[in-house]
Ligand binder design. Structure first.
Ligand SMILES: *Cc1c(COP(=O)(O)O)cnc(C)c1O
Length: 388
């Protein structure tokens, strides 16, 4: 019980962090569904006082994600956006954060509509262009916030280069690792300071919970985040912490299948005469292929594509039967979305056009169903979408 040793990350998914329950031998960490803890004497407690501050189920999850990412501490929040917002409260009025040009729509929105009101600003930069990125680091800039692959065009940013750049300028580097998870990419090993996750996606893996995680690479940041988590209070509940631990146990096997399916589907779409453009970091002629190969295990399981003009994308979405039209990603079931009107609708039309999130763009989160059935469904929908 307690701490186990292991060599491979497959084993860490199951035995990492805090394993089981010392008192009973239960192989799972119990769900400590309690708000408070009885104190032994006045001024003497068990280490737990109140569940916003600390809860053993949440702590087991936090220890697990910290270990998987190779950081010094992890923090669990009620959603990915609560996690990202908590990180952004590290900054003060007058500060500025650089974000990459296709970050998650919610990250853009919280900066644009909320943090801006507190005089914390942002600028959108093409983080694949390191020279331009360096030039944009003015004295107000306190952090670079990136995603790689970014959402929804799967744009690849060189994580190590950005981490080095941030270090040289004495600012923080933050990466949203939701699309890759620590199984496929470990940004702290490449020098990044803070990793954030929407645990809602691959980590949870079953489209049955909303959760967020933060991992930091140094004690000073850990102390600040612990303070912020307790002070602002957007914590993950014990039951959801349990569900997320449970999801992570199968992350390795699930992702192996997700990725295997995604690369077959990418090949299918690449050869398809109806497809105008495909974005998948596992394809050799994808612009970020080499950098992604250097920093991640493979291309992941998210891909986006555009059909040629003579195809009606409304009919495409209507033509799908197996694949659900829905927000979100990373669950066992395949999901398709229309970024321009769904996940990225909060980004103004002009900005969307500028970064390439066109009206015809289709994003696919490849599930772990039998790949032939996913492809059959795509084929039927593409057929249905052909005008005349
Ligand atoms: C979904 C998502 C988020 C937001 O997470 P929630 O759990 O929905 O709050 C942030 N970043 C990325 C890349 C996401 O896909």
């Amino acid at each position: 019980m307690g701490k186990k040793s292991y060599k491979h990350i497959y084993t860490a998914f199951i035995h990492g962090g805090i394993y089981g329950d010392e008192r009973t031998g239960a192989v799972n960490v119990p769900i400590y569904q309690t708000s408070t803890y009885e104190q032994i004497h006045l001024g003497q407690h068990t280490g737990y006082e109140y569940s916003r501050t600390g809860n053993p189920t949440r702590e087991a999850l936090e220890a697990l994600i910290a270990e998987l990412e190779g950081g010094v501490a992890g923090f669990a929040f009620a959603s990915g956006m609560a996690a990202i917002s908590a990180v952004l409260t590290l900054f003060h009025s007058g500060d500025k954060v650089i974000i990459s040009s296709n970050v998650y729509g919610g990250t853009f929105r919280v900066l644009d509509k909320i943090f801006k009101n507190f005089d914390i600003h942002y600028s959108i930069e093409d983080t694949t262009d390191l020279e331009a990125l360096e030039k944009s680091i003015t004295k107000e800039v306190k952090a670079i916030f990136i995603e790689s692959p970014a959402n929804p065009l799967l744009t690849i940013t060189d994580l190590k280069a950005v981490a080095d750049l941030a270090k040289n300028h004495g600012i923080l580097s933050i990466v949203d690792n939701t699309f890759m998870t620590p199984y496929l990419q470990r940004p702290i090993q490449l020098g990044m300071d803070i990793v954030v996750h929407s645990g809602t996606k691959y980590l949870g893996g079953h489209s049955d919970l909303i959760a967020g995680l933060v991992v930091v690479n140094q004690k000073e940041l850990a102390d600040k985040l612990a303070f912020i988590q307790n002070a602002t209070g957007g914590i993950l509940q014990p039951f959801d912490s349990f569900l997320l631990i449970r999801g992570i146990k199968t992350l390795g096997v699930r992702l192996d299948r997700h990725v295997e399916n995604a690369s077959k589907i990418a090949d299918y779409l690449l050869k398809h005469p109806a497809v105008k453009k495909i974005y998948y970091p596992g394809l050799k002629d994808f612009p970020g292929y080499e950098i992604n190969k250097k920093q991640a295990k493979n291309g992941g399981a998210m891909l986006s594509f555009e059909l040629k003009e003579e195809y009606d994308i409304r009919k495409f979405y209507d033509g799908l039967e197996l694949i659900a039209l829905a927000e979100s990603l990373g669950g066992v079931e395949s999901l398709v979305c229309h970024p321009a009107s769904m996940t990225h609708a909060s980004i103004p039309y002009k900005v969307r056009q500028k970064v390439g999130i066109t009206e015809g763009l289709i994003r696919l989160s490849v599930g772990i169903e039998h790949v032939d059935e996913i492809i059959d469904d795509l084929e039927t929908a593409i057929e249905a979408a052909r005008e005349n």
